[in-house]
Write a protein that binds this ligand. Structure first.
Ligand code: ATP
Ligand code: MG
Length: 417
């Protein structure tokens, strides 16, 4: 037998309803905020992620699924959703439309990571991207959108952590402070951090190695090095969050694992699903569009892990949609009744009523058992007697009540449920 690749998962027919529920919910909330769906390819030119995500990040250095196609192009499976959207924004001149451009996506994401609970090699993200606005209110809007999704799903206990990592101008002073802090300690740190010290010291703050984490603990905080503009942006974001009653904590340790962030970064964390507790991560990325070849364009957004979101709902015992159950199951008791069953099923379906009938040649008793298992609302029983009298026996599976009706009144009886 050929097995599933490590770190990937099947969504089986018996559980796909959970995904539909989540997807419908996020679409609905996105619509309330005026965001439209954007669909970009599953793979892009590798260069896009090198420039967009950043070549000092773990994602680019260690985790990308990169290969050469038959035309000798270097291709990479999306390791995140934002860079592709930025490319599409530029390539399709979406900046020519009245701004902001508010978009969302639902996409598979591929990262060669060490598989564990909540960490897959193919996972799925719902993401939001608001382009064109420098306003701190846009930052508040995207956090509010994420929060609205959690609220709609019934999740109350996620903690919002925010930080500001400044802009190009304040980053210079901050990088200098980081280099000063780390230079005396770098010998005790991992090889990757040694490289980072020179290239991009901010990345050291995101290192997952225990020995590095211990040193990072006392490193200078971005927030103490913000320029006046970044400071005032940060204050306005905080004010905005407070004004809509969105509780948050400022956590100066959050820097996020992608290079494109500027100013606001944030994470929604769950404490109930183990070590991989970040359900949603995002922030502002005012330099990304320019970095991948467009005109300077402000943007803010987030990515939300759908598998982790489902884990959170499960851990809280919250309902995750409803499994499929037919309204009607038709149980023919003789061969002649089988053709009638087919006709009735199609008539009901044409009226929008989900209907199934026996195609397994089960005995009547086994059919009733199966209908029960399917959680059908009604079973229509057709035997010799019913055929002769042009009648149908309809059993309400919830109440157990069974009535004999004329076939013409079937729709009426069923739709009364
Ligand atoms: P983490 O710190 O957990 O590795 P990240 O910072 O790499 O997360 P992002 O790149 O911001 O995460 O992705 C957005 C969201 O996608 C995360 O908050 C998480 O819910 C989900 N996610 C990221 N990587 C994985 C993965 N390997 N498996 C499942 N979900 C993931
Ligand atoms: Mg990660």
């Amino acid at each position: 037998m050929i097995s599933i690749p490590k770190g990937t998962k099947d969504v089986l027919p018996s559980e796909s309803y959970k995904w539909h529920y989540i997807e419908n919910t996020v679409r609905e909330v996105a619509r309330l905020f005026g965001a439209n769906e954007v669909r970009t390819p599953t793979f892009e030119h590798t260069e896009l992620f090198l420039r967009g995500v950043g070549d000092t990040t773990d994602i680019v250095n260690k985790e990308m699924y990169t290969f050469e196609d038959k035309g000798n192009r270097s291709i990479t499976l999306k390791p995140e959703g934002t860079a592709g959207v930025a490319r599409a924004y530029i390539e399709n001149s979406l900046f020519n439309a009245p701004q902001p451009t508010k978009m969302y996506y639902i996409t598979p994401v591929f990262r060669y990571e060490r598989p564990q609970a909540g960490r897959l090699r193919e996972h799925h993200q719902f993401g939001v991207e608001f382009y064109g606005s420098y306003s701190p209110q846009a930052d508040v809007e995207v956090m509010s959108l994420a929060k609205s999704i959690f609220a709609k799903l019934g999740v109350k206990d996620l903690q919002l952590n925010i930080n500001s990592i400044g802009c190009k101008s304040c980053r210079k002073d901050y990088n200098k402070a980081l280099r000063e802090y780390f230079s005396s300690k770098i010998d005790g740190m991992c090889a990757t951090c040694k490289e980072r010290l020179d290239k991009n010291p901010l990345r050291i703050l995101d290192c997952k190695e225990e020995k590095c984490k211990a040193i990072v603990k006392d490193a200078p905080s971005t927030i103490d090095y913000l320029c006046e503009d970044c400071k005032s942006h940060h204050e306005s974001v905080r004010k905005g969050l407070t004004s809509i009653g969105l509780e948050y904590t400022v956590n100066p340790r959050i820097v996020r694992g992608l290079d494109y962030y500027t100013r606001t970064v944030f994470e929604f964390i769950s404490t109930g699903i183990g070590a991989q507790g970040t359900v949603c991560g995002g922030g502002r990325y005012n330099d990304l569009v320019e970095q991948v070849g467009g005109k300077p364009t402000p943007a803010v957004g987030f990515g939300m892990g759908i598998e982790r979101l489902i884990m959170v709902l499960e851990s809280l015992g919250l309902p995750i949609g409803e499994p499929y159950a037919p309204t009607v199951y038709i149980a023919p008791m003789c061969d002649k009744a089988r053709d009638v069953a087919l006709t009735i099923a199609n008539d009901l379906r044409a009226k929008g009523i989900s209907s199934e009938f026996d195609v397994m040649d089960r005995s009547f008793k086994a059919q009733m058992k199966y209908a029960d298992k399917l959680s059908a609302d009604f079973v229509i029983i057709i035997g010799e007697d019913e055929l002769k009298a042009n009648k149908l026996a309809v059993k309400n599976m919830k109440t157990g009540e069974q009535v004999e009706i004329n076939s013409q009144s079937l729709f009426e009886v069923i739709s009364k449920k």
